[in-house]
Design a protein around this ligand. Structure first.
Ligand code: SAH
Length: 350
């Protein structure tokens, strides 16, 4: 089987070249073609010796995944379902809004956190994604853009618990953010986590400038235990302490995500409890109206309920935004597209 190019750093590819009698500097050219010039085939890398291109083509694939399904929603949101080398499928999304071009990537196949309302975790976690599989999601989505546009923002909010795959994720982000990669600013990357305190502390210690978003979803221990079962192990206090530490270490304000579920966590008392929890913190709240998942009983709150919730929290001096839903028509909420194709063979249309 061919090796996937984006799994290896440039020095490793250079070694491979040298071992076959080619100068190692060609490795940097190869990556420049892929990252900067959007070329997806070795044959098109015109400044490489022909023999090298053929040798590369025999042993390597520019991508290790294939596009199993590409859908464009009426609002322009692109959704890719990628088939991995082992046949597993992952999803990623490209959203355009004004000057922003935001990609949303997955970090695992499935998810082990078991949040009761989420499609990704319905069957548990199958495996972590490799660094290459994460980089590929970004490069493939970037390549869908017109030549004069590129990715401006990256959110790690697809399938999987990001911090459960921290090492590979950071390796992938380092590559995407490096000047030899896509040159994306670290401050334009948002990592969303269910809130794993130990991993949050490790991330804080790495000295990167990533923005952290913590999936709070409930303002009290009891309600959070119900909605986010992993909370029984970690506890709300530890999550908040780790979020505070992340802010202290990085200087970057933490966002708290709050999926709004009708009649469950959207009540006036929930808004008040959330305000109590966050009042003393320099934090931002992102309310996410629920995207219904087939077979799950949860519903999106009524718009008037969302508005009331917003005004209660805002009145206490806390910054609040309500997330716009993008790509709803194509099941852009984490894990939903993959689920729809679960038992069906998908025709490759790359
Ligand atoms: N494991 C990470 C990334 C998950 S996806 C985390 O927990 O943050 C990003 C966000 O989407 C999370 O806040 C997640 O709880 C939320 N989410 C999951 N399913 C959703 C749905 N059907 N509708 C709206 N938000 C959802």
């Amino acid at each position: 089987m061919k090796r996937a190019l984006l799994e290896v750093p440039a020095p490793e590819l250079a070694e491979w070249m040298v071992a076959r009698g080619f100068p190692g500097f060609h490795a940097r050219q190869v990556f420049r073609w892929v990252f900067q010039r959007r070329v997806e085939q070795f044959a098109h890398m015109s400044d490489l010796p022909k023999a090298l291109r053929e040798q590369l083509d025999a042993e390597w694939g520019v991508f290790g995944t294939e596009v199993a399904y590409h859908h464009v929603a009426p609002d322009g949101t692109d959704k890719l379902l990628l088939g991995c080398a082992d046949g597993r499928r992952i999803e990623c999304v490209l959203m355009a809004e004004g000057d922003r071009r935001t990609v949303c990537i997955s970090t695992q196949v499935g998810c082990g956190m078991g949040c009761v309302f989420c499609a990704s975790g319905l069957k548990g976690v199958e495996r972590n994604l490799t660094r290459g599989e994460m980089v590929e999601q970004v490069v493939r989505l970037r390549n869908l853009l017109p030549p004069d546009e590129t990715i401006t923002n990256l959110v790690v909010m697809g399938m999987g618990e990001s911090l459960a795959n921290l090492d590979n994720l950071v390796a992938a982000l380092d590559r995407i953010c490096s000047p030899e990669g896509l040159g994306l600013g670290q401050r334009r990357v948002t990592i969303s986590t269910v809130g794993l305190p130990e991993k949050m502390m490790v991330l804080a210690g790495l000295g990167r400038q990533y923005h952290l978003a913590v999936s709070l979803h409930a303002p009290t221990e009891a309600l959070r235990n119900e909605l986010v079962p992993i909370n029984e192990k970690v506890g709300l206090g530890a999550v908040m302490d780790a979020a505070d530490a992340y802010f202290r270490n990085s200087g970057r304000q933490v966002t708290f995500e709050y999926v709004m579920l009708r009649g469950i966590n959207d009540r006036i008392e929930d808004a008040q409890a959330l305000a109590n929890l966050l009042e003393a913190r320099k934090a931002h709240v992102n309310l996410i109206p629920y995207n219904p998942v087939e077979t799950l009983p949860y519903e999106r709150p009524f718009p008037s309920t969302i508005q009331k919730f917003v005004s209660i929290v805002r009145a206490r001096g806390i910054s609040v935004s309500v997330r716009k839903t993008k790509g709803r028509e194509i099941d852009a909420a984490c894990g939903q597209l993959r689920r729809r194709f679960e038992d069906r063979p998908v025709v490759a249309i790359s």
